[in-house]
Design a binder for this molecule. Structure first.
Ligand code: DQA
Length: 143
């Protein structure tokens, strides 16, 4: 594995100040830097992209085929609503891991369903920013 695309969905640019009791105080910039540094030690290059716009995430996933070996995505609220992101991940054929900072299963019922996890290799949730590093580790192992 040489290149990983790190995607973050709506409202995740606000990490650090957004509901810190749920999402902690680590900023998205810190998360991206930490993932890039960890990846570098494994000889993996990471490109990161955040968008609040569903179609921009769909387009980024669409461009990933042939360009990236894996995707790590926190689709945020789109997890629970987006057939388009589900379809994009499936169509790309790129092995994808879904990450959530919070334990979505311990929260409101509308967060218990994921339209995207079923087309991912797996899902990691509830471990805060460490979830992104766990996803990187999981993807870099033989399956
Ligand atoms: C989230 C969980 C989602 O339910 C929520 O809409 C988010 C963040 C998480 O990382 O815990 O925006 O994906």
């Amino acid at each position: 594995m040489k290149k990983v695309l790190l995607l973050n969905g709506p409202n995740l640019a606000l990490l650090g100040t957004r509901e810190p009791e749920i999402y902690g105080r680590t900023t998205l910039a810190d998360i991206v830097e930490t993932v890039k540094a960890a990846a570098k030690t494994k000889g993996i290059e990471v490109d990161a992209f955040q968008s609040d716009v569903e179609g921009e995430l769909v387009a980024a996933i669409g461009r990933s085929r042939g360009a990236y070996d894996a995707i790590i995505i926190n689709p945020a609220a789109y997890t629970h609503t987006s057939v388009a992101i589900h379809d994009a991940i499936k169509a790309s054929g790129v092995p994808t891991v879904e990450v959530h900072l919070s334990n979505v299963y311990a929260r409101e019922g509308y967060r218990h369903g994921s339209l995207t996890a079923g087309v991912c290799v797996g899902q990691i949730c509830g471990f805060g920013p460490a979830g992104y590093l766990l996803a990187l580790e999981a993807l870099s192992r033989d399956r």
